[in-house]
Design a protein. Structure first.
Length: 426
């Protein structure tokens, strides 16, 4: 009876393994035809009877990669790399993790060069791990060099962007300084106008009228000079806007590009600064109109209305300063938020790397049937390579000696844990 039960269990295990293998093969066929949703469904069905199979996780990662769902692909490849007893499969999982990191770098290129460079460094790290596991893995070695070239392009873009931001900051500071000087001068003329209005001679003192008119004429002339200087600042602002947009149009370039050759550098988007200057120039134009009206009123000795127009001119100039200053404050806040977010991501990446470097150990099965099933699955399943194409990235060697020791130890452990009949990866 015991012998019969044992044979029945073995037959059940063999039947489930054959069913599992058939599902994986059908999934591979669907993958090869580009039917990625169907392939993913079949792999999910196969994982029901082999939930710990690293090959199935590898295959699922390949499907997510082709669907450009890199977050899911990364999760699947990490599981495959940690659970596999086959060093070759682990190396290819690391290779595909490098591919995913590079794709994330491409996505970040237009929005955040700093993050894009960080993803490149992550990609190179994965390629190095893959090459360390399989010294004959030539694609991993090639991708390391390609990504390094790509990082140089990103660094050039970052330098160009920083230079342009510094230039914009200088222009902005210069405009704000000139506008504040105009405000100070207009306030001074308002005070002089108010003083003359209070000291206006009456009919009982006709001798003081010529001197008073002469003083009023001086205020009128200075108001005219102020209007001309405001016009010069307005012309400068409009010229700045036109220059920025011409540079952006001339430098608008290629997209992120595709491996192996990195795309040429693109000019950073400066339209936001141009829009701010243009908005501020509208307020300066309004101030110039009020200054002209104030000049006309002073010439006609209408001091009350002149004061009203002078006050409006000050408000318009202050609005222009506010627009430009708000832009500067927003940039500082955005930079601070970006730095804080990047710091959080760096801490998370370090924690992920430490988790990956820890020895995951052998996966214990609930009973002998599951163990036999997984061994059969490892022999028969054929995972797809989700990233056999070359993909660029760059990084600097930051691995600490302790981390390298842990990684070397894990490599040796993985070699010892390789099954006697490892499956062939296609």
């Amino acid at each position: 009876t015991l012998e019969l039960d044992r044979r029945q269990r073995q037959m059940c295990i063999r039947d489930r393994a054959e069913t599992n293998e058939a599902l994986v093969q059908r999934g591979n066929a669907a993958y090869g035809q580009g039917n990625f949703d169907e392939a993913l469904t079949l792999y999910d069905e196969a994982s029901v009877t082999a939930p710990e199979s690293p090959q199935i996780h590898f295959n699922r990662g390949a499907v997510h990669y082709q669907k450009e769902d890199y977050a899911e692909a990364i999760d699947a490849f990490k599981v495959a790399a940690l659970r596999s007893k086959d060093l070759s499969l682990s190396a290819r999982a690391k290779f595909n993790l490098g591919n995913c990191a590079f794709r994330n770098a491409q996505r970040q290129r237009d929005s955040d060069l700093k993050k894009a460079i960080a993803h490149c460094e992550e990609s190179i790290s994965y390629y190095q791990e893959a090459h360390g596991m399989e010294s004959e893995f030539s694609q991993a070695a090639e991708n390391i060099e390609i990504v390094r070239l790509y990082v140089k392009v990103l660094l050039d873009e970052q330098k160009t962007q920083q230079d342009q931001q510094e230039q914009e900051q200088e222009q902005q500071n210069d405009l704000v300084k000139k506008l504040k000087e105009l405000i100070e001068r207009q306030n001074g003329l308002m005070a002089q106008n108010e003083g003359l209005r209070a000291a206006r001679p009456d009919a009982a003192n006709p001798d003081a009228v010529p001197q008073w008119k002469k003083a009023l004429q001086g205020v009128t002339e200075r108001q005219a000079t102020l209007r001309e200087d405001t016009g010069a600042v307005l012309v400068e602002m409009r010229h700045t806007v036109e220059q920025i947009r011409q540079q952006a149009a001339a430098g608008g370039g290629a997209g992120p590009g595709s491996p192996p050759q990195p795309a040429p550098a693109t000019q950073p988007d400066a339209t936001g600064f141009a829009e701010k200057v243009e908005e501020a120039s509208g307020h300066v134009g309004n101030a110039m109109i009020d200054e002209q009206l104030a000049q006309d009123d002073l010439a006609a000795a209408r001091q009350d209305t002149a004061l009203a127009h002078q006050a409006n001119a000050v408000k318009d100039l202050e609005e222009a300063v506010k627009v430009l200053s708000e832009d500067q404050e927003q940039q500082q806040q955005q930079q601070q938020q970006s730095d804080e977010q990047q710091g959080d991501e760096d801490q998370q990446d370090q924690q992920d790397q430490q988790d990956q470097q820890q020895d995951p150990g052998e996966q214990e099965q609930g009973d002998q049937e599951q163990e036999d099933q997984e061994q059969d699955g490892e022999q028969n399943q054929e995972p797809q390579d989700g990233g056999s194409e070359n993909e660029p990235q760059e990084e600097e060697q930051r691995a600490r000696e302790s981390a390298e020791d842990i990684l070397d130890e894990e490599k040796e452990n993985q070699k010892e844990r390789q099954p006697a009949r490892p499956g062939r990866i296609k």
